[in-house]
Design a protein around this ligand. Structure first.
Ligand code: SAM
Length: 207
C-alpha cells in the first residue's frame, strides 16, 4: 500500500464522511438495526455512534486497517462490544445465519467483487434478519450515468477503488437478497455524480 493510500486517503475519507449531512444519513439508515450485527467495510468506525440501543454486539470487518488509534478510540466509546477484524467481505469466516442484521454504508462502491460479498452477507444473515444499506451509485438519469462512466476510472484512482457507476439495487438482487424497501435520492450539496443515493433494506429471500 502506497503513502497516499495508507496516510492521506484515510484522513480525507474520514473528514469527508463525518460531516453533519453524512451523520444524519447514518442516523436514518441505522435506526432499525438491532441484536447481533455485522458491518462490512467498517472504515474508520463512523457508524458507531449512530447505532441504536437495541444493538447487542457488533462484528466489524474491513479489508484495510485505517487510522488505528482513532478507530480504537471510537470502538472504546461504543456502548456494546465491538470486534474489529481485517477481512475481505467476499469470504466471511462466520457460520450461516449468525447475524440479526448486516450493514454496509458507502462500501459496495469499493468492494472489488460486490456480488460475491453480498452473497456472503446473505449467507450469514438469519432467515428473519435484515441487510441494511446506504450506498451511492449509478444515476437513473442517462446523462449523469454517462458522465459517471466517463469519470469512473479517475475516481477509482483518486478514491482507492471507489466506483461511482454501480447500480446498487441490481447488485443486491443479483446476490439473491430480496429488497424490502428502497429509497433513491440525490444528496444535496455534493457533486451529482457522487450524490446518487440508494438507501434500503433487504431480507434473505427465497433462494
Ligand atoms: C468509502 S469507505 C466507507 C467506510 C465506512 N463504511 C463509512 O461509511 O464511513 C469504503 C470502505 O470499504 C472497505 N472495503 C473495500 N473493499 C472491501 C472488501 N472487499 N471487504 C471489506 N471492506 C472493503 C474499504 O477499505 C473502506 O474502508
Amino acid at each position: 500500500m502506497g503513502f497516499y493510500a495508507k496516510h492521506v486517503f484515510p484522513r480525507v475519507m474520514d473528514w469527508m464522511l463525518r460531516g453533519p449531512q453524512h451523520q444524519a444519513e447514518r442516523e436514518t439508515v441505522l435506526r432499525s438495526i438491532r441484536g447481533d450485527v455485522l458491518e462490512v467495510g467498517f472504515g474508520t468506525g463512523l457508524n458507531l455512534r449512530h447505532y441504536p440501543p437495541g444493538v447487542t454486539r457488533l462484528t466489524a470487518i474491513d479489508v484495510a486497517t485505517m487510522l488505528p488509534l482513532r478507530v480504537a478510540r471510537r470502538i472504546a466509546a461504543a456502548p456494546f462490544p465491538v470486534t474489529r477484524t481485517e477481512l475481505s467481505g467476499e469470504r466471511l469466516p462466520f457460520p450461516d445465519a449468525q447475524f440479526d442484521c448486516v450493514v454496509t454504508t458507502l462500501t459496495l462502491c469499493s468492494i472489488q467483487d460486490p456480488v460475491p460479498a453480498l452473497r456472503e452477507m446473505r449467507r450469514v444473515l438469519k432467515p428473519d434478519g435484515t441487510y441494511v444499506f446506504l450506498e451511492h451509485g449509478r444515476s437513473d438519469d442517462a446523462r449523469v450515468a454517462r458522465r459517471q462512466d466517463f469519470f469512473n476510472p479517475l475516481q477509482r484512482r483518486l478514491a482507492c477503488g471507489c466506483n461511482i457507476n454501480r447500480r446498487i439495487d441490481a447488485l443486491v438482487r443479483e446476490a439473491g437478497l430480496e429488497i424490502r424497501s428502497l429509497e433513491r435520492y440525490v444528496l444535496e450539496g455534493a457533486p451529482r455524480m457522487m450524490a446518487e443515493m440508494y438507501r434500503g433494506a433487504a431480507g434473505r429471500g427465497e433462494g
